[in-house]
Design a protein around this ligand. Structure first.
Ligand SMILES: [Zn+2]
Length: 98
């Protein structure tokens, strides 16, 4: 599986190959604008940035869904007791009810 972080700008600190994360004993400059590292030059960072943004959006949506389900499952007057209990059990099993 592709690790999108490896496709980020070589100078992006999230990139596992970032110079600061290696054993070099000298400091690298930190170009970002108009960077010509191979990831930026070939546009690989665009897809990586989009993948990271989408993963974050999914995490947020999942958290919101969990909170919404928990609210509905704990609100009396919404659904049946059996349904609420079933939703709560599911949330506990998936840790979606944080
Ligand atoms: Zn770059």
């Amino acid at each position: 599986m592709i690790n999108p972080l490896e496709k980020l700008c070589y100078y992006d600190e999230r990139n596992p190959d970032h110079p600061d994360k290696t054993d070099y004993d000298y400091e690298f400059p930190e170009p970002r604008d108009n960077c010509a590292c191979s990831n930026c030059f070939y546009g690989r960072d665009a897809m990586a940035l989009e993948m990271i943004a989408q993963a974050e959006a999914l995490r947020i949506a999942d958290r919101l869904l969990g909170k919404t389900l928990k609210y509905l499952a704990t609100s009396s007057g919404v659904g049946s007791n059996g349904l609420r209990a079933e939703v709560l059990k599911h949330l506990e099993a998936t840790e979606g009810g944080e």
